[in-house]
Ligand binder design. Structure first.
Ligand code: NAD
Length: 256
């Protein structure tokens, strides 16, 4: 890097082998950022390399693996500026029969891992006087749906983590924001469409229209690139005054 060229931003994104994470990695690479894509699925390596990102394989339900992923980013690129907590899964079952192991897995991956990654990334952001923590929450961080106790609880918790990080980071140049999308067209939702179609004996299109878009003012699924664009804004210098916020990108779901 010569003395006049600005140092590219360094970003770590989790859950990048498909869907929203993949779109965020592509968006950041197009901005010229240095990106470490982190996923437990080895298929994420090809996805990352095609976009121009480095890849780190990790199961983020393991605390040491979270810390090692952050250390890898810092060793490769010298520092870390942007953390996008995106990795997530879903399990649908009523509370009465919700399996304890599924509950723990979802909380570990979608609430504890974002906390541990934030904690590990914090010193580098503080030392640089600039940081962006972007948490991919969900419309289910604002409202609940039956059968999704662990997911809804993890996502509501993520809003609390986001707000606390915003307050603690304010004096240090670190912002923290959450995004709350409704249904985005990704493998996570494709699986739910297929499951619900089987469960209710409906066509997949009927599941989309009558179940998924029931509460939506805009009657279509969201494209992952639309979420990535908002992440891109929140990661930019222009968003320095925006912190502690929850950004609905929910087709008007929570407007009623
Ligand atoms: P996706 O299934 O396409 O991507 C999830 C990624 O997380 C995958 O790459 C998967 O390999 C990775 N992952 C799963 N378990 C992991 C683990 N233990 N360690 C590391 N990586 C792991 O799903 P998506 O729809 O792109 O979801 C991304 C995020 O967006 C999730 O947090 C999800 O809750 C949230 N979200 C999705 C929607 C939607 O409608 N698709 C809506 C709101 C919020």
């Amino acid at each position: 890097m010569n003395g006049n060229a600005p140092t590219p931003r360094v970003a770590l994104v989790t859950g990048t082998s498909s869907g929203i994470g993949e779109a965020v990695v592509r968006h950041f690479c197009e901005q010229g950022y240095q990106v470490l894509a982190v996923d437990f699925n080895p298929a994420g390596k090809d996805v990352a390399e095609r976009a121009g990102a480095a890849f780190h394989q990790a199961d983020l339900t393991d605390g040491d693996a979270c810390r090692a992923a952050v250390q890898d980013a810092i060793q490769r690129f010298g520092h870390l500026d942007i953390l996008v907590n995106n990795a997530g899964i879903q399990h649908v079952s009523p509370i009465e029969t919700f399996p304890e192991d599924k509950w723990r897995h979802i909380i570990d991956l979608m609430l504890t891992a974002p906390f541990l990654l934030t904690q590990a990334a914090w010193p580098s952001m503080r030392e640089g006087g600039w940081g962006r923590i972007i948490n991919i929450a969900s419309v289910h961080a604002q409202v609940a749906s039956p059968g999704k106790a662990a997911y809804v609880s993890a996502k509501h918790g993520m809003i609390g983590l986001t707000r606390t990080a915003a307050l603690e980071g304010g004096e240090q140049g670190i912002t923290a924001n959450a995004l709350c999308p409704a249904y985005v067209k990704t493998p996570l939702v494709d699986n739910q469409i297929a499951d619900q179609a089987r469960m209710h004996g409906m066509e997949e299109q009927e599941v989309i229209e009558q179940i998924m878009l029931k509460n939506a003012a805009v009657k279509r699924l969201i494209d992952p690139g639309e979420v990535a664009s908002l992440v891109g804004y929140l990661a930019s210098d222009a968003a320095g005054a925006v912190t502690g916020a929850s950004w609905n990108i929910d087709l008007g779901w929570t407007a009623q």
